[in-house]
Design a protein around this ligand. Structure first.
Ligand SMILES: [Zn+2]
Length: 411
Protein backbone atom coordinates (compact mmCIF):
# COMPACT_ATOMS: atom_id res chain seq x y z
CA UNK A 1 0.00 0.00 0.00
CA UNK A 2 1.53 3.36 -0.97
CA UNK A 3 1.40 6.56 1.07
CA UNK A 4 -1.29 8.21 -1.04
CA UNK A 5 -3.64 5.26 -0.58
CA UNK A 6 -3.05 5.27 3.15
CA UNK A 7 -3.73 8.99 3.47
CA UNK A 8 -6.84 8.68 1.27
CA UNK A 9 -8.14 5.88 3.45
CA UNK A 10 -7.36 7.83 6.59
CA UNK A 11 -9.32 10.79 5.23
CA UNK A 12 -12.25 8.53 4.31
CA UNK A 13 -12.12 7.01 7.79
CA UNK A 14 -12.09 10.44 9.45
CA UNK A 15 -15.02 11.62 7.29
CA UNK A 16 -17.05 8.72 8.67
CA UNK A 17 -15.94 9.44 12.25
CA UNK A 18 -16.81 13.11 12.01
CA UNK A 19 -20.24 12.52 10.46
CA UNK A 20 -20.94 9.80 13.04
CA UNK A 21 -20.01 12.18 15.86
CA UNK A 22 -22.25 14.93 14.45
CA UNK A 23 -25.11 12.47 14.08
CA UNK A 24 -24.75 10.91 17.53
CA UNK A 25 -24.55 14.24 19.39
CA UNK A 26 -27.70 15.46 17.64
CA UNK A 27 -25.74 18.20 15.83
CA UNK A 28 -25.25 20.08 19.09
CA UNK A 29 -21.45 20.13 19.46
CA UNK A 30 -19.28 22.86 18.02
CA UNK A 31 -16.57 22.21 15.49
CA UNK A 32 -13.87 22.77 18.13
CA UNK A 33 -15.57 20.39 20.57
CA UNK A 34 -15.83 17.71 17.87
CA UNK A 35 -12.19 18.30 16.91
CA UNK A 36 -11.19 17.63 20.51
CA UNK A 37 -13.58 14.68 20.92
CA UNK A 38 -12.07 12.95 17.88
CA UNK A 39 -8.46 13.89 18.61
CA UNK A 40 -8.07 15.67 15.26
CA UNK A 41 -5.69 18.47 14.41
CA UNK A 42 -7.51 21.77 13.85
CA UNK A 43 -6.36 22.00 10.25
CA UNK A 44 -7.42 18.43 9.54
CA UNK A 45 -10.88 19.13 10.96
CA UNK A 46 -11.18 22.23 8.78
CA UNK A 47 -10.32 20.25 5.66
CA UNK A 48 -12.75 17.50 6.60
CA UNK A 49 -15.62 19.90 7.30
CA UNK A 50 -15.00 21.78 4.07
CA UNK A 51 -14.90 18.57 2.03
CA UNK A 52 -18.08 17.26 3.66
CA UNK A 53 -19.82 20.60 3.05
CA UNK A 54 -18.85 20.43 -0.64
CA UNK A 55 -20.31 16.93 -0.80
CA UNK A 56 -23.58 18.25 0.71
CA UNK A 57 -23.06 16.09 3.77
CA UNK A 58 -22.59 18.83 6.37
CA UNK A 59 -23.56 22.43 6.87
CA UNK A 60 -22.36 24.71 9.64
CA UNK A 61 -24.50 27.18 11.55
CA UNK A 62 -23.40 29.65 14.23
CA UNK A 63 -23.86 28.31 17.76
CA UNK A 64 -26.99 29.77 19.38
CA UNK A 65 -26.49 32.41 22.03
CA UNK A 66 -23.05 33.44 20.84
CA UNK A 67 -23.25 37.17 21.53
CA UNK A 68 -19.87 38.67 20.74
CA UNK A 69 -17.03 38.09 18.32
CA UNK A 70 -16.89 35.56 15.55
CA UNK A 71 -19.57 32.93 16.17
CA UNK A 72 -18.58 29.36 16.97
CA UNK A 73 -19.72 27.00 14.23
CA UNK A 74 -21.88 23.94 14.85
CA UNK A 75 -21.79 21.28 12.11
CA UNK A 76 -25.18 19.78 11.29
CA UNK A 77 -27.29 18.51 8.43
CA UNK A 78 -26.90 20.02 4.95
CA UNK A 79 -30.08 21.42 3.30
CA UNK A 80 -29.45 19.08 0.36
CA UNK A 81 -28.00 16.33 2.54
CA UNK A 82 -28.92 12.72 3.18
CA UNK A 83 -32.43 11.78 4.30
CA UNK A 84 -33.47 8.51 5.92
CA UNK A 85 -37.15 7.65 5.53
CA UNK A 86 -38.29 6.05 8.78
CA UNK A 87 -41.56 4.27 9.51
CA UNK A 88 -43.17 2.96 12.68
CA UNK A 89 -45.87 0.45 11.72
CA UNK A 90 -48.11 -0.11 14.73
CA UNK A 91 -51.02 -2.50 14.84
CA UNK A 92 -53.54 0.26 14.03
CA UNK A 93 -51.62 2.92 12.08
CA UNK A 94 -48.28 3.81 10.55
CA UNK A 95 -46.17 6.93 10.91
CA UNK A 96 -43.70 8.02 8.23
CA UNK A 97 -40.96 10.58 8.78
CA UNK A 98 -37.98 12.10 7.01
CA UNK A 99 -34.86 12.12 9.20
CA UNK A 100 -31.68 14.09 8.67
CA UNK A 101 -28.16 13.70 9.95
CA UNK A 102 -28.21 14.55 13.65
CA UNK A 103 -31.66 13.04 14.09
CA UNK A 104 -33.96 15.90 13.09
CA UNK A 105 -37.34 14.29 12.35
CA UNK A 106 -40.05 15.70 10.10
CA UNK A 107 -43.27 13.68 10.27
CA UNK A 108 -44.66 13.28 6.75
CA UNK A 109 -47.78 11.21 7.45
CA UNK A 110 -49.71 9.33 10.13
CA UNK A 111 -52.14 6.93 8.48
CA UNK A 112 -54.57 4.44 10.09
CA UNK A 113 -54.70 1.05 8.37
CA UNK A 114 -57.18 -1.83 8.13
CA UNK A 115 -54.88 -4.41 9.73
CA UNK A 116 -54.39 -6.56 6.61
CA UNK A 117 -50.90 -6.94 5.13
CA UNK A 118 -51.99 -5.49 1.77
CA UNK A 119 -54.10 -2.70 3.30
CA UNK A 120 -51.21 -1.70 5.53
CA UNK A 121 -48.09 -2.16 3.45
CA UNK A 122 -49.60 -1.32 0.03
CA UNK A 123 -50.42 2.35 0.83
CA UNK A 124 -47.22 2.64 2.89
CA UNK A 125 -45.15 1.44 -0.08
CA UNK A 126 -46.87 4.04 -2.27
CA UNK A 127 -46.12 6.80 0.25
CA UNK A 128 -42.48 5.71 0.50
CA UNK A 129 -42.12 5.70 -3.29
CA UNK A 130 -43.76 9.12 -3.55
CA UNK A 131 -41.43 10.72 -0.99
CA UNK A 132 -38.40 8.90 -2.40
CA UNK A 133 -39.25 10.33 -5.82
CA UNK A 134 -39.76 13.84 -4.36
CA UNK A 135 -36.49 13.77 -2.40
CA UNK A 136 -34.54 12.06 -5.20
CA UNK A 137 -30.91 11.18 -4.56
CA UNK A 138 -31.06 12.61 -1.02
CA UNK A 139 -32.77 9.40 0.12
CA UNK A 140 -30.21 6.97 1.54
CA UNK A 141 -32.66 4.27 2.59
CA UNK A 142 -35.87 3.43 4.39
CA UNK A 143 -36.09 1.87 7.84
CA UNK A 144 -39.35 0.18 8.87
CA UNK A 145 -40.24 -0.85 12.43
CA UNK A 146 -42.95 -3.52 12.76
CA UNK A 147 -44.79 -4.81 15.82
CA UNK A 148 -43.76 -8.43 15.46
CA UNK A 149 -40.79 -10.75 15.12
CA UNK A 150 -38.83 -10.27 11.89
CA UNK A 151 -37.09 -13.26 10.36
CA UNK A 152 -34.49 -13.34 7.64
CA UNK A 153 -34.50 -9.59 7.06
CA UNK A 154 -38.10 -9.19 5.93
CA UNK A 155 -40.60 -11.87 6.98
CA UNK A 156 -42.86 -10.61 9.75
CA UNK A 157 -45.44 -12.31 11.97
CA UNK A 158 -47.90 -10.04 13.77
CA UNK A 159 -49.99 -12.48 15.75
CA UNK A 160 -52.75 -10.05 16.82
CA UNK A 161 -53.40 -9.16 13.19
CA UNK A 162 -53.15 -12.73 11.90
CA UNK A 163 -50.02 -11.95 9.84
CA UNK A 164 -47.89 -15.03 9.20
CA UNK A 165 -44.60 -14.87 7.28
CA UNK A 166 -45.66 -11.66 5.52
CA UNK A 167 -43.00 -10.63 3.01
CA UNK A 168 -42.54 -6.95 3.83
CA UNK A 169 -40.15 -5.93 1.00
CA UNK A 170 -42.44 -7.57 -1.59
CA UNK A 171 -45.61 -5.83 -0.33
CA UNK A 172 -43.83 -2.47 0.00
CA UNK A 173 -42.62 -2.90 -3.60
CA UNK A 174 -39.26 -1.56 -2.54
CA UNK A 175 -37.88 -1.84 -6.04
CA UNK A 176 -39.79 1.46 -6.59
CA UNK A 177 -37.80 3.03 -3.78
CA UNK A 178 -34.37 3.15 -5.40
CA UNK A 179 -32.68 2.89 -1.99
CA UNK A 180 -32.01 0.09 0.50
CA UNK A 181 -34.74 -1.10 2.88
CA UNK A 182 -34.10 -2.06 6.50
CA UNK A 183 -36.88 -3.93 8.32
CA UNK A 184 -36.74 -4.39 12.09
CA UNK A 185 -38.78 -5.28 15.15
CA UNK A 186 -40.26 -2.22 16.92
CA UNK A 187 -38.85 -3.15 20.33
CA UNK A 188 -35.37 -3.93 19.00
CA UNK A 189 -35.36 -0.62 17.13
CA UNK A 190 -36.66 1.31 20.16
CA UNK A 191 -33.78 -0.27 22.10
CA UNK A 192 -31.30 0.78 19.41
CA UNK A 193 -32.54 4.38 19.59
CA UNK A 194 -32.36 4.28 23.38
CA UNK A 195 -28.78 3.02 23.14
CA UNK A 196 -27.83 5.88 20.80
CA UNK A 197 -29.63 8.83 22.34
CA UNK A 198 -31.51 7.68 25.41
CA UNK A 199 -31.24 5.81 28.69
CA UNK A 200 -29.21 2.89 27.30
CA UNK A 201 -26.42 5.15 26.06
CA UNK A 202 -23.10 3.88 27.42
CA UNK A 203 -24.82 0.95 29.16
CA UNK A 204 -23.02 -2.39 28.81
CA UNK A 205 -25.96 -4.70 29.60
CA UNK A 206 -29.53 -3.43 29.65
CA UNK A 207 -33.06 -4.71 29.15
CA UNK A 208 -35.51 -2.74 27.01
CA UNK A 209 -39.26 -3.35 27.29
CA UNK A 210 -41.73 -1.75 24.88
CA UNK A 211 -45.38 -1.73 25.96
CA UNK A 212 -48.00 -1.15 23.27
CA UNK A 213 -50.95 -3.51 22.71
CA UNK A 214 -48.80 -6.15 24.35
CA UNK A 215 -45.22 -6.34 25.51
CA UNK A 216 -41.99 -6.66 23.56
CA UNK A 217 -38.61 -6.97 25.18
CA UNK A 218 -34.99 -7.40 24.28
CA UNK A 219 -31.57 -7.72 25.85
CA UNK A 220 -29.19 -4.93 24.84
CA UNK A 221 -25.43 -5.58 25.01
CA UNK A 222 -22.97 -2.79 24.23
CA UNK A 223 -25.62 -0.80 22.40
CA UNK A 224 -26.92 -3.70 20.29
CA UNK A 225 -30.20 -5.56 20.74
CA UNK A 226 -29.34 -9.27 20.75
CA UNK A 227 -30.90 -10.32 17.44
CA UNK A 228 -31.21 -14.12 17.67
CA UNK A 229 -30.12 -16.58 15.00
CA UNK A 230 -32.80 -15.60 12.47
CA UNK A 231 -33.22 -12.01 13.62
CA UNK A 232 -36.32 -12.54 15.76
CA UNK A 233 -34.74 -12.36 19.22
CA UNK A 234 -36.70 -9.45 20.73
CA UNK A 235 -39.57 -11.51 22.16
CA UNK A 236 -39.42 -11.39 25.96
CA UNK A 237 -43.19 -10.81 25.92
CA UNK A 238 -43.73 -14.39 24.78
CA UNK A 239 -42.11 -16.06 27.77
CA UNK A 240 -44.33 -18.09 30.06
CA UNK A 241 -44.03 -16.06 33.22
CA UNK A 242 -46.82 -14.84 35.46
CA UNK A 243 -48.82 -18.06 35.73
CA UNK A 244 -51.46 -17.27 33.11
CA UNK A 245 -53.03 -20.16 31.18
CA UNK A 246 -54.37 -17.84 28.49
CA UNK A 247 -53.70 -18.75 24.86
CA UNK A 248 -51.59 -16.05 23.24
CA UNK A 249 -52.26 -15.22 19.56
CA UNK A 250 -48.61 -16.21 18.93
CA UNK A 251 -49.60 -19.85 19.51
CA UNK A 252 -48.02 -20.29 22.92
CA UNK A 253 -49.86 -20.55 26.24
CA UNK A 254 -49.34 -18.19 29.17
CA UNK A 255 -47.25 -15.47 27.47
CA UNK A 256 -46.22 -12.60 29.76
CA UNK A 257 -47.30 -10.08 27.09
CA UNK A 258 -50.95 -11.10 27.42
CA UNK A 259 -50.94 -9.49 30.89
CA UNK A 260 -49.17 -6.24 30.02
CA UNK A 261 -50.24 -3.50 27.63
CA UNK A 262 -53.36 -2.06 26.02
CA UNK A 263 -55.03 -5.45 25.41
CA UNK A 264 -54.68 -6.40 29.09
CA UNK A 265 -56.01 -2.97 30.19
CA UNK A 266 -59.08 -3.36 27.97
CA UNK A 267 -59.66 -6.94 29.15
CA UNK A 268 -59.36 -5.87 32.78
CA UNK A 269 -62.33 -3.49 32.47
CA UNK A 270 -64.40 -5.88 30.34
CA UNK A 271 -63.95 -4.15 26.98
CA UNK A 272 -63.34 -5.91 23.67
CA UNK A 273 -59.66 -6.22 22.81
CA UNK A 274 -57.34 -7.63 20.16
CA UNK A 275 -56.80 -7.09 16.47
CA UNK A 276 -54.85 -3.89 17.06
CA UNK A 277 -58.03 -2.01 17.98
CA UNK A 278 -59.00 0.09 21.00
CA UNK A 279 -55.99 2.36 21.47
CA UNK A 280 -58.08 5.35 22.57
CA UNK A 281 -60.20 3.31 24.98
CA UNK A 282 -57.03 1.78 26.44
CA UNK A 283 -55.57 5.25 26.96
CA UNK A 284 -58.75 6.21 28.81
CA UNK A 285 -58.44 3.11 31.00
CA UNK A 286 -54.81 3.97 31.63
CA UNK A 287 -55.82 7.46 32.72
CA UNK A 288 -58.82 6.52 34.83
CA UNK A 289 -58.71 2.95 36.17
CA UNK A 290 -56.11 2.69 38.89
CA UNK A 291 -57.00 -0.97 39.43
CA UNK A 292 -56.37 -1.93 35.80
CA UNK A 293 -53.16 0.08 35.79
CA UNK A 294 -51.93 -1.58 39.00
CA UNK A 295 -52.71 -5.07 37.62
CA UNK A 296 -50.69 -4.23 34.50
CA UNK A 297 -47.85 -2.83 36.60
CA UNK A 298 -47.76 -5.90 38.86
CA UNK A 299 -47.54 -8.24 35.88
CA UNK A 300 -44.80 -6.06 34.45
CA UNK A 301 -42.88 -5.99 37.73
CA UNK A 302 -42.92 -9.74 38.32
CA UNK A 303 -41.65 -10.42 34.81
CA UNK A 304 -38.92 -7.83 35.20
CA UNK A 305 -37.66 -9.76 38.24
CA UNK A 306 -37.21 -12.88 36.09
CA UNK A 307 -35.28 -10.94 33.48
CA UNK A 308 -33.10 -9.26 36.08
CA UNK A 309 -32.25 -12.64 37.61
CA UNK A 310 -31.36 -14.01 34.18
CA UNK A 311 -29.42 -11.12 32.70
CA UNK A 312 -28.08 -8.95 35.55
CA UNK A 313 -28.75 -5.69 33.64
CA UNK A 314 -27.59 -2.25 34.79
CA UNK A 315 -30.92 -0.75 33.85
CA UNK A 316 -34.40 -1.79 32.66
CA UNK A 317 -35.87 0.80 30.30
CA UNK A 318 -39.60 1.02 29.57
CA UNK A 319 -41.03 2.65 26.44
CA UNK A 320 -44.51 3.00 24.91
CA UNK A 321 -47.07 2.85 27.75
CA UNK A 322 -44.28 1.71 30.11
CA UNK A 323 -43.32 5.13 31.50
CA UNK A 324 -46.96 5.87 32.33
CA UNK A 325 -47.35 2.52 34.11
CA UNK A 326 -44.21 3.34 36.09
CA UNK A 327 -45.46 6.81 36.90
CA UNK A 328 -49.00 5.79 37.82
CA UNK A 329 -48.23 2.52 39.63
CA UNK A 330 -44.51 2.46 40.32
CA UNK A 331 -44.99 1.16 43.87
CA UNK A 332 -47.13 -1.77 42.71
CA UNK A 333 -44.56 -2.53 40.02
CA UNK A 334 -41.65 -2.56 42.46
CA UNK A 335 -43.61 -4.49 45.08
CA UNK A 336 -44.30 -7.22 42.49
CA UNK A 337 -40.70 -7.19 41.28
CA UNK A 338 -38.83 -7.45 44.55
CA UNK A 339 -40.03 -10.86 45.86
CA UNK A 340 -38.98 -12.43 42.55
CA UNK A 341 -35.42 -11.15 42.78
CA UNK A 342 -32.63 -13.43 43.94
CA UNK A 343 -31.12 -12.31 47.23
CA UNK A 344 -27.89 -11.31 45.46
CA UNK A 345 -29.90 -9.06 43.13
CA UNK A 346 -31.88 -7.38 45.92
CA UNK A 347 -28.92 -5.58 47.45
CA UNK A 348 -28.38 -3.49 44.35
CA UNK A 349 -31.29 -4.00 41.95
CA UNK A 350 -31.00 -2.33 38.55
CA UNK A 351 -32.69 0.99 37.87
CA UNK A 352 -36.12 0.79 36.22
CA UNK A 353 -36.59 3.92 34.10
CA UNK A 354 -39.00 5.38 31.59
CA UNK A 355 -37.63 5.91 28.08
CA UNK A 356 -36.03 9.25 27.25
CA UNK A 357 -37.62 9.09 23.79
CA UNK A 358 -41.27 8.39 24.62
CA UNK A 359 -43.22 6.85 21.75
CA UNK A 360 -40.63 8.03 19.22
CA UNK A 361 -38.14 5.25 19.98
CA UNK A 362 -39.15 2.76 17.29
CA UNK A 363 -39.24 5.48 14.60
CA UNK A 364 -35.84 6.82 15.67
CA UNK A 365 -34.44 3.29 15.74
CA UNK A 366 -35.69 2.77 12.17
CA UNK A 367 -33.78 5.94 11.26
CA UNK A 368 -30.64 4.68 13.01
CA UNK A 369 -30.75 1.42 11.05
CA UNK A 370 -30.50 3.46 7.83
CA UNK A 371 -27.73 5.76 9.08
CA UNK A 372 -25.77 2.77 10.43
CA UNK A 373 -25.43 1.48 6.88
CA UNK A 374 -24.81 4.94 5.43
CA UNK A 375 -22.16 6.16 7.88
CA UNK A 376 -19.51 3.79 6.55
CA UNK A 377 -16.77 4.30 4.01
CA UNK A 378 -18.84 2.35 1.46
CA UNK A 379 -21.99 4.35 2.20
CA UNK A 380 -20.25 7.71 1.77
CA UNK A 381 -18.53 6.54 -1.41
CA UNK A 382 -21.90 5.59 -2.90
CA UNK A 383 -23.23 9.05 -1.95
CA UNK A 384 -20.39 10.74 -3.80
CA UNK A 385 -20.97 8.59 -6.86
CA UNK A 386 -24.67 9.45 -6.89
CA UNK A 387 -23.94 13.19 -6.48
CA UNK A 388 -21.69 14.04 -9.40
CA UNK A 389 -22.84 17.68 -9.24
CA UNK A 390 -21.17 18.13 -5.90
CA UNK A 391 -17.47 18.90 -6.03
CA UNK A 392 -15.01 16.15 -5.22
CA UNK A 393 -12.59 16.95 -2.45
CA UNK A 394 -9.54 16.32 -4.54
CA UNK A 395 -6.20 17.32 -2.98
CA UNK A 396 -6.21 20.54 -5.06
CA UNK A 397 -9.63 21.61 -3.93
CA UNK A 398 -8.79 20.68 -0.39
CA UNK A 399 -5.78 22.93 -0.25
CA UNK A 400 -7.82 25.84 -1.64
CA UNK A 401 -10.59 25.20 0.85
CA UNK A 402 -8.16 24.77 3.66
CA UNK A 403 -6.50 28.11 3.11
CA UNK A 404 -9.90 29.81 2.75
CA UNK A 405 -10.99 28.39 6.09
CA UNK A 406 -7.69 29.36 7.69
CA UNK A 407 -8.31 32.85 6.40
CA UNK A 408 -11.74 32.87 8.02
CA UNK A 409 -10.26 31.66 11.26
CA UNK A 410 -7.70 34.46 11.37
CA UNK A 411 -8.39 37.03 14.09
ZN1 LIG B 1 -47.18 -15.28 22.87
Amino acid sequence: MNGATTSGQLRAHNRVRLLRAVHDCGATRTRSQLTRDLGLARGTASVLVAGLAEDALLHEEPAPGHARGRPTQVPGSHPEGPVALAVDVREDAWELAACELGGRVTVLAVVPHDGTPEGTLGPLGEALAEHAHRLGSRVIGAGVALAGPIRHGGLVDIAHLGWRSVNVPALLRTTDLGAPLFVGNDTALAALAEARRGRLRGVRVGVHLHVDFDLGGVLVVDGHAVPGASGSGAEFGHMRIGGSERLCPCGAIGCWGTDVGANALLRHVGLAYGGGRGREQAERVLATSQEAVAANARALGSGIAALVNAHDPEVVVLSGHGPELLQRAGEALLAACEPGLMAIRRDAPPRIEGSALGWRGSLLGAMESVFDAFLTMEGLELWRKSHPDQACDTPDRQSVTHSTLNGENAP
